[in-house]
Structures are given as structure tokens and as C-alpha cells.
Design a protein around this ligand. Structure first.
Ligand SMILES: O=C(O)CCC(=O)C(=O)O
Ligand SMILES: [Fe+2]
Length: 292
């Protein structure tokens, strides 16, 4: 009898025309594929203080961490651009020395290496001085499978962040929730869209609601990063986060957000370089970065 009450499989409808449930998209990663600090079986007593915080909370805040001269040099350069959305390329670092000096500042990349046990190379900057307004999500599902957790993002405050300017919001501990996997998400995207760079936008058709429901269901109080100039927030690739909607659109939100991957975990980005004996960046060319 029970079997007649079960939801019928929609075998005749392709997956990309269906709405997946949370459980259709998640899958855990075995310990031997992920960074040491994320493993289930681990001698916690061997972790550093910051490794332990990052493992437990999924983020690490470093107050007053960035040197003022590096922040000021980048801000002066960025101000001249006069575009609220920032550089119209995801890799402005390829041509802007001030970004490399700031985002590859040795104590910062040294901290990332401490967390992951491998140098982390820069490959993406978000340079807008407005919120992305991207709703709740984890970053991990956007990555090719081999990256497997060797991925981290850093929110660097270049000035005081006003609570009405659309601050960064995150759910502490949410990096321990189920992991949404890219391969599973792609099954729900039509074959034509799947091969395009814009597939993440398409995935919001179902993911935004699922992420939002999950945050509500868990009921854990979120936090805002109301930072001062030079403060840094490092977040785990599975941490649930969003760029909130600004209450006042006249306010600037002066930040540079930078994403990094383990330098040995990006077969899709084979060339990397060390910057002035400090951190690494992946050498990329999108045909646009050179214009700035
Ligand atoms: O606008 C924000 O602060 C969120 C940015 C974000 O989601 C990201 O960089 O992965
Ligand atoms: Fe994100």
C-alpha cells in the first residue's frame, strides 16, 4: 500500500525541467579527499588556535590586520576607476600591482597556508564598492570536483562598513551542513546551458530557494561583518553566506573580496606565480584584465 503513496519518480520528464530537493543535490566528501582541518578523524590537539576556530566556526576574523599603506595604495588606484561595480573583469590583479601587494600580503597568505597546509593562490577579485546582493549560498559547489575544499575566500574591509551598506552576512558553523555538489546541480540544468559560463545564474532557479529554506530550517543566528578598515574575514568554501541588500543605496561598501585555491588543486589553471616572494596567483587571461 505504502508504495502507492510514495511520490512517483518523474522518469519521463528530464531532470532539468524538474525542481530538485535538497537531498538530490548533496553528497559528503570522504576524509582522504579534503583538507586536514575538515576531516572527521583528526587529532584536534595538533591544530593551531586559528585552525581550530576555522574548523569549528567556518570563518576567521583578523582585526586590524592589513597594513594601512597597502590599503591606501589600492584605494587610491581603485578610486580613479570611478566605477561602482569595480573592474569589469574577475582578474584585475593580473594588471593591478596594488591588488597583488594587498591580497598576497605575506601574513595573509601565510595564514591561509596555515589553515590549508598548502599555499593558496589568488584567482578572483570582486572589486565592487556595492553589495553583490547574491542571496544565501555556499561557494564550494561552483568549483570543479578536484578542488575538493582547497578553496577559500577573504573579505577585506578598506574602510568602515556601514550596517546599511549591505554588509556580508554568514551563518557560523554552517560549513558543517551537507555539501551541495556541482555535478548534481548540473544535472538540473539543460544541456545547452550546462556548458556555458553562466550556468551558476541558471542554478539560482532552484538553489536560492533551497539555500534559503535550509538557513530557516536550521534556525542558527547569522552574523554581519561590520568591519573597520584593515579588518579581514576568511571564510570556508562551505560556509553559508550572502551579500545583503543595502538599506541605503547611497552608501559605499568599500571592500575587495578575493578567492583563492590550493596551488596544487587546480588542473584547470596550470600556471601560477609567486608575487615578490609572498603569496601566489594563478596566471589567467580573459582578454580584458590587461586594460586596467
Ligand atoms: O557581496 C558579498 O559580500 C558576498 C560575496 C560572495 O558571495 C563571494 O564573494 O563569494
Ligand atoms: Fe559567495
Amino acid at each position: 500500500m505504502l508504495k502507492f503513496l510514495k511520490k512517483q519518480p518523474q522518469a519521463d520528464i528530464p531532470k532539468w525541467e524538474q525542481m530538485p530537493r535538497w537531498d538530490d543535490l548533496v553528497e559528503d566528501m570522504p576524509d582522504d579527499r579534503i583538507p586536514l582541518i575538515d576531516r572527521k578523524v583528526l587529532d584536534i590537539s595538533k591544530l593551531t588556535v586559528d585552525q581550530k576556530i576555522f574548523r569549528d566556526q567556518g570563518f576567521l576574523i583578523l582585526k586590524d590586520f592589513l597594513p594601512e599603506n597597502l590599503v591606501d595604495a589600492y584605494v587610491a588606484k581603485r578610486e580613479r576607476l570611478n566605477l561602482p561595480g569595480g573592474y569589469p573583469t574577475p582578474i584585475p590583479y593580473m594588471n593591478v600591482e596594488e591588488i597583488k601587494d594587498l591580497c598576497l600580503y605575506q601574513p595573509l597568505t601565510g595564514k591561509l597556508e596555515e589553515l590549508f597546509g598548502e599555499p593558496m593562490g589568488m584567482h578572483l577579485n570582486l572589486t565592487g564598492w556595492v553589495s553583490t546582493e547574491r542571496n544565501w549560498h555556499q561557494d564550494e559547489y561552483l568549483n570543479p570536483p578536484g578542488v575538493a575544499g582547497w578553496y577559500v575566500a577573504v573579505w577585506m574591509a578598506l574602510d568602515t562598513i556601514h550596517p546599511d551598506a549591505g554588509p556580508f552576512e554568514y551563518v557560523p558553523g554552517s560549513h558543517k551542513w551537507d555539501l551541495v555538489r556541482r555535478d548534481k546541480v548540473l544535472e538540473y540544468i539543460s544541456p545547452e546551458e550546462r556548458g556555458k559560463e553562466t550556468w551558476p545564474k541558471q542554478s539560482e532557479r532552484f538553489l536560492t530557494q533551497l539555500f534559503e529554506d535550509k538557513v530557516k530550517e536550521k534556525g542558527i543566528k547569522s552574523q554581519y561583518f561590520l568591519a573597520e578598515k584593515g579588518d579581514v574575514l576568511i571564510w570556508h568554501s562551505r560556509l553559508m553566506h550572502r551579500g545583503t541588500e543595502p538599506k541605503n543605496r547611497n552608501l559605499q561598501r568599500r571592500t575587495i573580496i578575493t578567492h583563492y585555491s590550493g596551488i596544487n588543486h587546480r588542473v584547470d589553471m596550470p600556471v601560477k606565480q609567486q608575487h615578490k616572494g609572498q603569496g601566489y596567483y594563478f596566471v589567467l587571461d580573459d582578454g580584458k584584465a590587461g586594460a586596467y
